[in-house]
Write a protein that binds this ligand. Structure first.
Ligand SMILES: [Zn+2]
Length: 385
């Protein structure tokens, strides 16, 4: 009798456990509904996800069954978690681009490369020359990050199944990329559905800072930001400019145009200057005052500007003067560090900015963070150009 009671007790307990775990699983899926929403609700149209990665950059370009990832942010988990939750990656990843070798751009990518669940067909990076490091006190400190970058490159080189490319090698014969525009021919592009143009990339970036005190040879300067790959990407009639962390001037009170900073270099070439004109600008260097000079913004003339940044103890980005410069240039500014929700009266929220290119020739801008479903913020029509 006692045995019988115990058996039925066990049965009841088992059924209860199954029921509770079912409920728990349901709750778990409810938790992720927001992210499914990002994947499904906004349909299968091409989407560009500017992730909220704090002070860093991470962008996913999703064109149905093909994806391009540009930079990966400083936190190793943010990008991979976003990919897991949204499920937007259909293995393999066609193209991964590291604009330059700073930790706030490569760390999230490294996590993906190390993860055997993801396979990557092609990886682009500028090939920043280690010998470029100017040996002074500041660079000895920054070399901590640069060393990490070169370790990452060694990891990439060990991945024999992946094609590792420096944009300087993309065309034949190899030449100095900044002298002319390098449109990647569709037959060699890993994503022929979009037009990719390389406007800049450098292994030995020059910099206005080369006058600094150096202990050794400093023919090429230490400013790794100026090695950044600058890409123009065109998808279904809309164009996007990715600028990495290129500089346009030395510091806040420097004159707008310095002779050897990258923005000036791009503007000096008439073909490149013309190509700079785009719909959406991914603002350089997290909205730092050393980039986005007035003359550069006039040439780019973006309708939409996206800034990936956050305020922390070390940095206070973006600079309000840069936001003003963009707005004065008639750009609508969207920031991953700031969004004011009028309905909930949340005055400062950070979140992801998602652009969707719709079938009727318009570009929709969404905002979403951990707490909220994606919110439609604005819609831009191609006919209004
Ligand atoms: Zn950066």
């Amino acid at each position: 009798m006692t045995k019988k009671i115990n058996r039925s007790g066990v049965k009841v307990l088992t059924i209860s456990i199954i029921f509770v775990s079912f409920l728990f699983q349901s709750c778990t899926s409810i938790k992720f509904l927001d992210y499914n929403d990002v994947k499904n609700h906004i349909s299968k149209n091409p989407k560009i996800h500017f992730l909220d990665v704090g002070n860093g950059d991470a962008t996913i370009i999703d064109i149905g069954d093909k994806e391009i990832i540009i930079d990966g942010g400083l936190n190793p988990e943010t990008l991979i978690n976003y990919l897991r939750k949204t499920g937007i990656i259909q293995n393999p990843i066609e193209l991964m681009v590291l604009t330059h070798g700073d930790g706030d751009h490569y760390t999230g990518l490294k996590k993906l490369v190390e993860n055997s669940n993801y396979s990557i067909i092609e990886f682009w990076e500028p090939g920043y020359d280690k010998q470029c490091e100017c040996q002074n006190f500041i660079t000895l400190i920054t070399s901590i990050f640069i060393t990490g970058y070169h370790d990452f490159i060694s990891l990439l080189e060990s991945k024999k199944e992946m094609k590792l490319v420096r944009p300087l090698e993309l065309t034949h014969p190899p030449s100095t990329i900044t002298n002319e525009i390098k449109q990647i021919p569709k037959q060699i592009s890993p994503v022929p559905e979009v037009d990719i143009t390389v406007l800049h990339s450098s292994r030995k970036p020059e910099s206005a800072r080369s006058s600094c005190f150096c202990l050794g040879s400093h023919k090429c300067a230490y400013l790794i930001n100026n090695s950044s790959i600058v890409l123009k990407i065109e998808i279904s009639g809309f164009s996007f400019l990715f600028t990495g962390d290129i500089n346009g001037k030395l510091k806040e009170d420097s004159p707008d145009e310095l002779p050897i900073d990258v923005e000036k270099k791009l503007l000096d070439n008439p073909k490149i200057k013309k190509a700079l004109n785009v719909d959406v600008l991914k603002v350089s260097h997290h909205g730092s005052e050393t980039a986005s000079t007035t003359s550069f913004l006039e040439a780019v003339s973006p309708r939409i500007a996206v800034i990936s940044a956050s305020k922390n103890i070390l940095y206070s980005l973006p600079k309000e003067t840069v936001v003003k410069r963009l707005e004065n240039n008639k750009a609508k500014v969207y920031r991953t560090d700031y969004f004011r929700n009028i309905q909930t009266e949340d005055k400062r929220l950070n979140g992801h900015i998602i652009c969707e290119i719709t079938g009727n020739d318009s570009l929709k801008i969404y905002y979403k963070n951990e707490r909220q479903r994606s919110n439609l913020l604005n819609e831009f029509s191609n006919n209004e150009k």
